[in-house]
Design a protein around this ligand. Structure first.
Ligand code: BJ8
Length: 422
């Protein structure tokens, strides 16, 4: 621990405030995760990582920086990790998921900004997150207005590159996104001093595909009627995957999937037969936002899938590995990323089709559509999502929440009643 204190100091962090954050996390981990029974043994990896979330990985990143590698902090699953990896850079997620950082964000942003954006800005300005201190460059994107404007503030004291994400999915938009990826690759080359060659990009595409395949294997197990892992544990695995080395992430997820597949064969479930199965959909749940899963899973139901960016949107759809030239590979990347169904696109019918398909595949008894407060995009899309689900005969509960515990009891009552009627 002492080593980390020196590291945090060297990073220019506000140690006093950071101590306060460090005090709340262990209780949260204990309450949410360690109270569960019959967890897969392979969760030991994620328990360790989360117990020292501001220590282990940051220390690794700093070691790599000493060797000359650059760290890129990202906020959206539209940013193509492959390009960064091809230039020997390292990617780390930066989205803030703790209420601890929200007041710091509110000091500079309108209160009516979503908590994810406020927490991200608060984490940077408050100097209480090592990942925000370590990243050599931030990579933003033009998805929602809150993020776009926040990047202008974040970019004041750290190099910030913003990718222009299209808002529609026509062929010309896919071509435009290809162009954006190409330009981003030039920027990454400049910043790292390393060339993105077809060989390097091919390898990077393979590495990230392997990670996607491993995450998908874990999710595949969650489709089983014999549920081998809780939603909370799956969410933790998913959240950490944004920070971890991609090859190790794949290795650990495959190790977990091996165990889950065996559990299914042996009939080992984490919940009693007949437990109601919930698919959650909506805005991302950035670490350590476990509020929704915790309430659902302590209300007699189990979360079996997240149609979210911290969920299926992160790993579904592979990038073709057939491209030989950079031109082909950039197009393959564009095609894959443009399949991600974010509510910032119009229309966004693909998301509704995904939710309907996944509700079937994961044998969900009901869907909870949850958006973060002040996320106008996902909140508006609730209308079409719930109409489509009702038409398909799938019960749906729409909720809006933030990172505070203020509405926890009210949510518990609503979710409890929803589960009861399934
Ligand atoms: S691809 S979901 S990761 S943009 S919750 S900050 S949208 S006001 S996070 Fe997202 Fe990329 Fe889309 Fe996924 Fe804005 Fe909404 Fe906040 Fe959001």
């Amino acid at each position: 621990m002492a080593d980390y204190v020196k590291m945090w100091k060297d990073l220019g962090m506000d140690l006093e405030n950071h101590d306060l954050l460090c005090q709340v996390l262990p209780t949260a981990v204990g309450d949410v995760f360690l109270t569960q029974e019959n967890r897969p043994a392979a969760m030991d990896f994620w328990d360790l990582v989360i117990s020292e979330v501001h220590g282990i990985r940051p220390a690794e990143l700093i070691e790599e920086q000493k060797k000359g590698r650059k760290v890129f902090g990202t906020f959206c699953v539209y940013v193509p990790d492959e390009v960064i990896i091809a230039a020997d850079g390292i990617v780390t997620g930066l989205c803030g998921g703790s209420q601890f950082w929200v007041p710091g964000g509110e000091a500079v942003l309108p209160k009516s900004t979503c908590p994810l954006v406020k927490a991200s800005v608060g984490a940077r300005l408050g100097r209480t997150c090592p990942f925000f201190r370590i990243a050599d460059m931030y990579v933003g994107e033009t998805t929602c207005d809150g993020k776009k404007k926040a990047y202008e503030i974040l970019g004041e004291d750290v190099p910030m590159y913003v990718m222009d994400v299209p808002q529609m999915k026509r062929e010309k938009d896919t071509l435009k996104w290809k162009g954006e990826i190409e330009e981003f690759a030039q920027k990454v080359e400049e910043f790292t001093g390393n060339k993105v060659t077809p060989e390097k990009l091919g390898e990077a595409i393979h590495i990230v595909n392997e990670k996607r395949r491993a995450l998908a294997r874990v999710y595949e197990c969650r489709k089983s009627e014999c549920l081998p892992i809780s939603g909370r544990d799956a969410l933790l695995m998913m959240q950490i995957s944004f920070f971890d080395d991609p090859a190790r992430c794949a290795q650990m997820c495959n190790r977990l999937a091996d165990e889950l597949e065996q559990r299914i064969k042996d009939g080992v479930s984490v919940v009693p037969a007949g437990t109601k199965r919930i698919l959650v959909t909506g805005t991302p749940l950035a670490v350590p936002n476990w509020k929704l899963h915790n309430i659902i899973e302590t209300s007699g139901a189990a979360v079996v899938c997240e149609e979210m960016c911290t969920g299926t949107r992160y790993f579904e759809n592979l990038v073709s590995e057939d491209g030989d030239t950079l031109d082909e590979q950039f197009m393959d990347l564009s095609r894959r990323y443009m399949k991600t169904n974010c509510a910032c696109f119009t229309p966004n019918r693909g998301r509704i089709d995904d939710i309907l398909r996944m509700a079937k595949e994961y044998h969900a008894d009901g869907v909870i559509d949850c958006s973060l407060k002040f996320c106008c995009l996902y909140d508006t899309e609730k209308y079409t999502v719930s109409r489509a689900l009702k038409e398909a005969g799938v019960p749906v509960l729409s909720i809006e929440t933030d990172y505070t515990d203020a509405d926890a009891e009210q949510l518990r009552t609503r979710i409890g009643a929803f589960v009861e009627m399934l």
